[in-house]
Ligand binder design. Sequence first.
Ligand SMILES: [Zn+2]
Length: 203
Amino acid sequence: MTTDGAPAAAPVARLADEFSKLPGIGPKTAQRLTYYLVRMPEEEARALAEAIVAVKERIVLCGVCYNITESDPCVVCANPRRDRNRICVVEEALDVLALERTNTYRGMYHVLHGVISPMNGIGPDDLRIRPLLDRLHGSDIEEVILATNPNLEGEATSMYIQQLIAPLGIRITRPARGLPVGGDLEYADEATLARAIEGRQEF
Ligand SMILES: [Zn+2]
């Protein structure tokens, strides 16, 4: 027991508990990470803690495309050389990074921050679908590329958005097949992703 009456292991248990809240981290991994940190040099642990705080203090969502960014609007939205007539709709900010790495696509983005997933209680209103429609209404946008992941929920989400956009008369496309079915966009290799975006097809 420490002087305040808390067991000495409380900080360890607390850290393990925090780790176990992260996606893909079970109780065993949470413990392993915690004991790794206990043995880590103090300056390294401090650097990690500061990096976590910096992400929360400095990262915001772009007010135009909802990409994660340090400045609002984000670098893509603020770049005058991007093609403003095209919007590529993706599930997560990581998908923007993956597409940017291909150096193929020069248009704008719109990040949904998830997919429609009734099983997980996520409906259209939980995603950034309404702001997408607001961007499209009365705009000069010529094409919307629905680049959700090629799995059941991704397809259903694209279908839902397609039905909302269709009355606006804007061209709607999808990345070409060739992306691994059931896989995530962010894990596709650059060449595959570049081919899929370049060879996009009418929805
Ligand atoms: Zn943006």
